[in-house]
Design a protein around this ligand. Structure first.
Ligand SMILES: NC(=O)c1ccc[n+]([C@@H]2O[C@H](COP(=O)([O-])OP(=O)(O)OC[C@H]3O[C@@H](n4cnc5c(N)ncnc54)[C@H](OP(=O)(O)O)[C@@H]3O)[C@@H](O)[C@H]2O)c1
Length: 259
């Protein structure tokens, strides 16, 4: 007997952190999850031991995907088409972070991070758009960051890539309206994942990836243009934009001129 799912979602960056917790959340809520990343990572725990790319009831399917390597993308599209005739939802979550060390800057990192985060997300849209178009009022979601709401030290590459994602999605929303596809941009605050484990600065309102995934799952039911959380961080970053000189002073130990 064919199992009935509430919908089919493609989640990128599903091998760890937020993407893994999103995959778990959608699975538990009765969705078919097509999970992608380069490695299986934590997904190994959920995939059936006999058939290593699928879970027992085919609720979870793994499709390997390196979003920055365009050569393999037609294979990914073919594999997605094998798994579903249409997508109800795509959550383009995969991403990475590196910081610019201004004392000894590695400027090549700027293009590397933008290539992975921003162009990787654009590549992902190119792959899944034909399947979203076949869906009935489908939803395309990209994961940006609350970092775009105020400048952070060393975040030149990461912040710029996430700001590019936000603008790209806001423009795409207008162009996809005619296909009945909605577009949401998710802007998380600090989430406890392998990505943030290496941060040496304090991360206010840090939350677990499970809690973050649950918030995103609930918020996406309303198809918001943007979903930024937690709100307490949004308020602080709103104040940072309203008082930029104070924000600069707080983040530079007062060592810069604010003229
Ligand atoms: N954690 C936070 O506080 C936070 C805050 C704001 C926004 N975000 C965003 O949330 C998203 C998830 O981050 P996370 O914190 O959960 O980090 P994470 O645990 O490091 O997960 C990143 C995921 O992206 C995948 N990935 C990385 N490079 C890839 C590539 N070239 N092709 C395909 N997949 C790739 C990784 O899998 P493989 O290595 O197996 O490919 C992994 O599954 C990111 O876009 C991040 O910028 C996170």
């Amino acid at each position: 007997m064919t199992r009935q799912f509430k919908g089919t979602v493609w989640i990128t960056g599903a091998s760890s952190g937020l993407g893994f917790s999103l995959a778990q959340t959608y699975l538990v809520n009765g969705w078919k999850v097509i999970a992608s990343s380069r490695s299986k990572g934590e997904l190994k725990l959920l995939l059936d031991s006999e058939n290593k790319d699928r879970s027992a009831q085919d609720g979870l399917v793994f499709v390997p995907f390196d979003m920055s390597d365009k050569h393999g993308h037609s294979d990914v599209r073919v594999q997605l088409e094998k798994e579903c005739s249409s997508l109800d939802l795509a959550i383009l979550n995969a991403g990475t972070c590196e910081y610019l060390e201004i004392e000894n800057p590695d400027w090549s990192m700027m293009s590397k991070i933008n290539h992975i985060n921003y162009l990787g997300l654009v590549n992902s849209v190119e792959i899944c758009l034909p399947l979203l178009k076949k869906g009935n009022k489908s939803l395309l979601v990209g994961v940006s960051s609350q970092a775009v709401n105020a400048p952070f030290p060393k975040a030149e590459a990461y912040g710029a890539s996430k700001a590019a994602i936000r603008y790209f999605l806001s423009s795409l929303r207008m162009d996809l309206k005619q296909f009945n596809i909605d577009v949401s941009c998710v802007l998380p605050g600090f989430v406890d994942t392998p990505l943030t484990k290496k941060n040496e600065f304090s991360m206010p309102f840090l939350m677990s990836s499970e809690a973050a995934a649950s918030r995103i799952f609930n918020a996406l039911k309303n198809r918001p243009f943007e979903y930024a959380f937690p709100k307490r961080l949004s308020v602080i970053l709103y104040l940072a934009r309203a008082f930029p000189k104070t924000w600069l002073r707080l983040n530079t130990n007062g060592s810069h001129s604010t003229k």
